[in-house]
Design a protein around this ligand. Structure first.
Ligand code: PEP
Ligand code: MN
Length: 372
């Protein structure tokens, strides 16, 4: 059961203490207090944990400070949508709003290589009005002999260049909890010229200790990538680890499933799950067409498969797109063959805008003709 407090109720108020005292007066019931920072307001939610089926909702609903009482299913207690009556967990970070209703693009380098390539990337993105980018410093690789990322050593350069070009958020994978500290120190030393969204890669989707570590800090939002070889339900449970540890600034990212049934693509593109994840959770949903498709194949209509996959996700309501670009893919130390080229960026941006308009038109059509 979740008691949702009214938006103006202060986190440390007597009202909240009284609701908690009532909740804990029921046998074997424990409480957890979560402050949900939505896109437009912060709401306090009190979670009742234990056998809540027998607890009546009315005594809680009678508090003037309580907005509503939601009975939750056991599943996805924090990120779940339950009864459809729950706020979505959008957030604002470093001046960028990320919600279940809007669309933000994160083009960039799969892996940071040279300073020159990072500079070109951020500069070109800024020229196109973008303020969010990807840039991987820590790379989980299949072979120990492959490039593992420049790690902490490249962070000062990446953060300085991001700040110089007005990039507000850099999405960056972490593979160990010590990376949080390294990122935080480097950002602090640089004067926090940009923000970081911590990416959990598909290989770490069930690294529960890492999930708890990124969940226990509140400074940085988290982009959680679904596990490539586990069910959606298992991935959603894993994302719940982050939110249940206290960090609600969380995005769920679809990036394809590992199976030969997806051949010739690198992974089986799973963007039909965009509306499923939006229905089952309150989280903004990201798509990663680069790691799903994994190649620069061009369809017979002359459009790259990566563009087609992106459009499919966006037309279904995706909220973020994480996509690999590279100024010189032949120099890339990771995933060069799937990178889009900088001169393809204007085409990509317009193509995405068309797909987004199509999604918005579809919502208007739903209002006009939809039967529910
Ligand atoms: C990445 O985005 O750089 C990456 C490694 O993706 P994934 O974890 O989805 O393979
Ligand atoms: Mn990659």
């Amino acid at each position: 059961m979740i008691i949702v407090m009214k938006a103006d109720v202060q986190p440390d108020s007597d009202e909240i203490r009284r609701v908690i005292a009532l909740a804990e007066s029921y046998p074997e019931i424990q409480t957890q207090v979560h402050h949900i920072r939505g896109a437009s307001r912060t709401v306090t939610e009190i979670y009742l944990i234990g056998q809540t089926g027998v607890i009546p909702t009315t005594p809680f609903e009678e508090f003037a400070s309580v907005e509503k009482v939601v009975r939750v299913t056991e599943k996805y207690r924090t990120i779940g949508r339950h009864e459809g009556s729950h706020e979505s967990v959008g957030f604002e970070y470093n001046g960028v709003e990320i919600t279940q209703d809007n669309l933000t693009l994160f083009p960039g380098l799969c892996a940071v290589d040279s300073k020159q390539n990072v500079e070109t990337m951020f500069q070109v993105l800024a020229e196109h009005g973008l303020e969010t980018a990807r840039a991987g410093a820590y790379k989980p690789r299949t072979s120990p002999y492959d490039f593992q990322g420049h790690g902490a050593a490249c962070l000062p350069m990446v953060f300085e260049l991001a700040g110089k070009h007005g990039i507000r958020i850099v999405a960056m994978e972490v593979t160990h909890e010590t990376h949080l500290e390294e990122i935080d120190s480097a950002l602090e030393a640089a004067g926090r010229p940009t923000g970081v969204m911590l990416q959990i890669g598909t290989r770490n989707a069930q690294n529960f200790e890492l999930l708890k570590a990124v969940g226990q800090q509140q400074e940085y939002p988290v982009l959680f990538k679904r596990g490539m070889g586990i069910t959606l339900e298992e991935s959603l449970n894993a994302a719940e680890y982050v939110a249940s540890a206290g960090n609600h600034r969380l995005v769920f990212c679809l990036r394809g499933m590992k199976t030969n049934y997806g051949d010739p693509h690198r992974n089986f593109v799973d963007f039909t799950h965009v509306p499923v994840v939006k229905r089952q959770t309150r989280l903004p949903v990201c798509i990663d067409p680069s790691h799903s498709v994994g190649r620069r194949s061009v369809a017979t209509d002359g459009v790259l498969d990566i563009f087609h996959a992106t459009a499919q996700g966006v037309v279904a309501g995706a909220n973020l797109v994480l996509v690999d670009f590279h100024p010189r893919p032949e120099e890339a130390l990771c995933d060069g063959p799937q990178a889009l080229l900088m001169n393809e960026l204007p085409h990509f941006l317009e193509d995405v805008a068309i797909a987004r308009r199509a999604y918005e038109e579809r919502l208007k059509l739903r209002d006009r003709l939809g039967v529910h």
